[in-house]
Design a protein around this ligand. Structure first.
Ligand SMILES: [Zn+2]
Length: 252
């Protein structure tokens, strides 16, 4: 059986038996994979990485099927970038943990996407560069939802198809924005400004590098945070541990 070499971010790890570990990786060439790394916690064996969450590694793995799912045997893990500038700052570390948990939760199975891989990598570089963690988070959330096909309609009313309705309301369960005539009379509707909708569209059309220096007003920033929180939560099975932590620390 042939070995596969690829770059991979560590998403989640779990100790397994005395010296081994199980890990979820997001790989550049194969999407998310689940692997077992035998002996990685045994000092007699040499691995070039300790499987830190969101570290970038080069891994070598052999495909294996076991029971209902794939559990690949990972025989080499060599760290390429541990993002030390993120790890030395609790707020940045908390945000990177959120990006990691969000990616692990929203992505299922081995559907390769170099765009998702590059987005995650670019967002970590962005966080490490000293950019605003909140802004990095909004860009990451929006681009990830868009790449995974979860982006709600933001150009036209989902009811009557009127373009750029003003005023506009978000109604996530309807799949996007509604005009004032079509919006359900529900507590889950949320007014959204033209500035926020324009920003969402701008982020969606731009690549991450082009967004590093984008500025938003405080009003748009706050509204974006609420809107994106709702989008993201709608696709999650429950509250993420990293989000609870961000809230507890007052970082969000
Ligand atoms: Zn309408």
């Amino acid at each position: 059986m042939s070995a596969t070499k690829t770059q991979a971010f560590v998403l989640r790890t779990q100790d397994y038996r005395d010296t081994s570990a199980l890990a979820n990786f997001y790989t550049r060439d194969h999407g998310k994979i689940h692997g077992i790394i035998k002996g990685i916690r045994d000092t007699r064996y040499r691995f070039g990485s300790t499987l830190e969450p969101f570290s970038l590694n080069e891994i070598l793995f052999y495909r294996r099927r076991r029971g209902g799912g794939d559990l690949h045997q990972v025989t080499q893990v060599d760290a390429l970038d541990l993002f030390p500038r993120i790890r030395e700052d609790l707020e940045r570390l908390s945000y990177a943990s959120y990006f990691t948990e969000l990616l692990d939760t929203l992505v299922e199975g081995e559907s390769p996407s170099t765009e998702v891989f590059d987005l995650f990598k670019g967002s970590l570089f962005f966080l490490a560069s000293g950019a605003s963690p909140r802004r990095s988070a909004r860009i990451f959330e929006l681009k990830l939802l868009d790449l995974l096909g979860f982006m709600p309609e933001i150009k036209a009313c989902v009811g009557c198809r009127a373009e750029n309705p003003d005023p506009a309301y978000f109604h996530i369960a309807s799949g996007g924005i509604c005009c004032k005539n079509c919006v359900p009379d529900s507590s889950s509707r949320m007014p959204v400004s033209r500035g926020t909708l324009n920003f969402l569209e701008h982020v969606r059309r731009s690549n991450v590098q082009a967004l590093y220096n984008v500025k938003v007003s405080q009003e748009v920033g706050e509204e974006l945070e609420k809107v994106l929180r709702r989008f993201v939560d709608f696709h999650l099975p429950g509250k993420l541990k990293s989000v609870v932590f961000l809230e507890e620390m007052g970082f969000n």
